[in-house]
Ligand binder design. Structure first.
Ligand code: FAD
Length: 619
């Protein structure tokens, strides 16, 4: 459950003045210490030079002085790593308004840091506890904010980190234990401490310590196996829908070459081809795994999509109406607990919901101001364009079989010809992936969504959902859906069923009568048994043993074979962050979501639940 407090300095309290002088001193000290202690004590910039990526961790973000100073040093170094990961915990994050005020006041004289701070502010997350990944400096600087108590949230981080910035006196064993767990073989730490407090603690935690010139430096003395990306950074991605295009773009950004194979003549012809889809998170009264994952994906995805040129979407908010009185009561109770800021979700009574919608709605509900309606094909196109020339697409090719020979995966056509060969292959081919990995239990569910020309559709100002959905018009068409429909012969029935769904959302609205001819689209969504997506390396079903069930991270894998999919009815929400997770796993970078969520989407989870070794192995 969320564990953050929004602080601190009384910026908007009439009659009070923020303690600017003290804050300016703190800024000066933080900037000076970043250069003299945290960077220099960790032997930076030398140690990040020439690397593909380098990861730094600190335990208090505050106004971001350490981060901004490190970012500036990194971008001013012509030999710096290709990517810089900076991981920071903060239990009392500033609101974006307060952070803007602090930066405006305290960075007036520093144009370089002020420019970086402006970029940071543009992406500053809502005060919602959990992981928030921000991509800055054209995606080269990745800030992962862990909003919440450091000792709670660091435990949830997975990755190998190269340097730790410790505050003076921050030698709590619980935190040091996490640093040790996360340390890469070359990891170092630095702290403004003369050794009297910290030397013993860091030695006990597995670092060889040395106190010198008012600073404490430690070098990790352990040796552990480290994930490394293949030397040939080339992947085959199978399928050009939301999943395939998202992971192709994520890997291309990391310098990978992508061979994209798609059976249709153009992208987004499967489930990702609908005219419009709804972008909204999931809520549950116990904040279950699905709700947590959907929240993380929703918040990340909108930042990412805002940076994609050519995306057709409307950030009109999403109104989720209560299904019944019991749900309405739960919504209201949850909102009263004020766990989430109103910029994330807000309980709205029926009157307010109707005003937001611009039409009389059926019930009260929850409003997500950052919800949206999106044209999925434009997201697919935008992602493929962002991948640029690194993504080489082959359309009109059907992959029939996979083979693994001499450390490379081959995608083969039915006549045995090789369509692509690479050390990494990613299944992003929706339910068809079941042919290559039957243990996943993927299924497909065929549905029909109706297209309503703008002049006949109810004029609504926000997306409305209630077991069904109605979108505002996007490029002249609104979408109403969806109903089960397994064949062309059922489309008229499905069209009628969709019209019936309207009344449960907008009781006073009707569609023009008489015309029930299908105008819409039938397609299949790829479902998993637990309605959670799949993102990660596939398990080696023949090697999987009962002992792996409780420790999926130790489960044997099919070297170089990954899956991204099982998106069900939420492809727009899942795809962005799940692609980032998969790309981070492949590249051996710190992961963008907490450990429990990584396990919840691990493709090996089904083996641990439903018997072992039933898999089908490639030739
Ligand atoms: C009616 C309906 C309404 C929906 N509404 C929403 C919504 O409002 N919001 C939301 O978030 N989500 C919605 N979804 C879900 C969303 O559309 C899907 O989750 C998402 O599009 C799945 O993306 P994908 O890339 O995994 O699959 P797809 O888009 O189906 O892409 C898979 C691709 O792989 C290709 N392929 C498959 N096998 C092979 C092979 N052997 N060789 C070569 N190519 C192959 C296919 O041709 C296809 O292009 C809806 C789904 C449906 C069906």
């Amino acid at each position: 459950m969320p564990d953050i407090a929004v602080p601190t300095v009384p910026f908007d309290c009439p009659g009070t003045t923020p303690p600017w002088a003290a804050m300016a001193m703190a800024r000066d000290q933080a900037i000076r210490q970043t250069r003299d202690i945290w960077l220099s004590g960790n032997d930076l910039p030398a140690r990040w030079q020439g690397k593909a990526h380098f990861s730094i961790c600190e335990t208090g973000f505050g106004a971001g002085w350490r981060f901004l100073t490190t970012w500036a040093a990194w971008r001013n170094d012509p030999d710096s790593s290709k990517r810089l990961h900076f991981i920071s915990c903060e239990a009392q994050p500033y609101s974006s308004t307060d952070l803007a005020a602090i930066h405006a006041q305290l960075l007036r004289q520093d144009t370089e840091l002020a420019a970086l701070a402006a970029e940071l502010l543009a992406q500053w997350p809502l005060p919602v506890s959990g992981f928030h990944r921000l991509e800055l400096d054209r995606g080269r600087v990745i800030l992962t904010l862990l909003l919440g108590e450091p000792r709670v949230w660091l435990q949830k981080l997975l990755g190998r980190l190269n340097a730790f910035f410790l505050d003076s006196g921050a030698f709590e064993q619980g935190l040091l234990k996490q640093f040790t767990r996360l340390a890469a073989n070359d990891a170092t730490l630095a702290s403004p401490d003369d050794g009297t407090i910290g030397l013993e603690s860091i030695s006990a935690a597995g670092f060889i310590g040395e106190a010198r010139q008012g600073r404490l430096i430690g070098r990790f003395r352990g040796r552990r196996e480290q994930a490394t990306a293949p030397s040939e950074r080339h992947a085959i991605v199978l399928g050009a829908g939301l999943a395939g295009s998202a992971v192709a773009e994520r890997l291309a950004r990391r310098g990978w070459r992508i061979t994209l194979l798609e059976r249709h003549a153009s992208p987004a012809q499967g489930a990702s081809g609908n005219h419009a889809g709804v972008y909204r998170p999931v809520i549950s009264s116990d904040d279950n795994l699905q709700a947590r994952l959907a929240r993380a994906c929703f918040l990340y995805g909108q930042r990412r999509m805002a940076s994609l040129p050519g995306l057709l979407w409307r950030r009109c908010g999403t109104l989720q109406l209560a299904r019944d009185e019991a749900e309405a009561a739960r919504f209201e109770l949850g909102a009263r607990q004020a766990i989430f800021p109103p910029a994330y979700l807000e309980f709205v009574d029926r009157d307010r919901a109707s005003r937001l919608a611009g039409q009389t709605v059926a019930t009260s509900g929850i409003f997500f101001p950052q919800g949206a309606v999106i044209h999925p094909p434009s997201l697919v196109d935008a992602q493929l364009s962002a991948g640029g020339s690194a993504v080489y697409s082959h359309f009109g090719v059907e992959v029939d079989r996979l083979a693994h020979t001499d450390g490379a995966w081959q995608a083969l056509a039915s006549d045995g010809s090789v369509l692509g060969q690479a050390p990494v292959l990613i299944l992003a081919n929706a339910a068809d992936a079941a042919r290559f990995a039957p243990e996943l239990g993927l299924s497909s569910e065929s549905r029909y969504v109706s297209y309503l020309p703008q002049h006949t559709a109810p004029a609504i100002a926000t997306v409305i959902c209630r077991g069904a959905y109605l979108t505002p018009a996007l490029a002249g068409l609104a979408c109403l859906g969806s109903s089960a429909c397994s064949s062309e012969a059922e489309e008229t029935t499905a069209q009628t069923a969709n019209r019936g769904l309207l009344g449960q959302m907008l009781p006073d609205s009707t569609l023009p009568t008489g015309d029930c001819a299908p105008a819409g689209r039938r397609c299949s969504r790829p479902n998993t048994i637990d309605r959670m997506p799949l993102a990660g390396p596939l398990a080696d079903t023949r090697q999987f043993q009962p002992k792996h069930a409780g420790s999926l991270h130790l489960a044997p894998r099919r070297n170089g074979l990954y899956i991204l999919g099982g998106f069900g009815a939420r492809g727009l929400v899942w795809s962005g962050l799940m692609a980032e997770l998969l790309a981070s796993q492949i590249e051996g970078e710190p992961l963008p979501v907490e450990r429990e969520l990584v396990l919840a989407v691990d493709p090996a989870r089904f083996l641990s639940r439903h018997g072992l070794g039933q898999g089908h192995e490639p030739e």
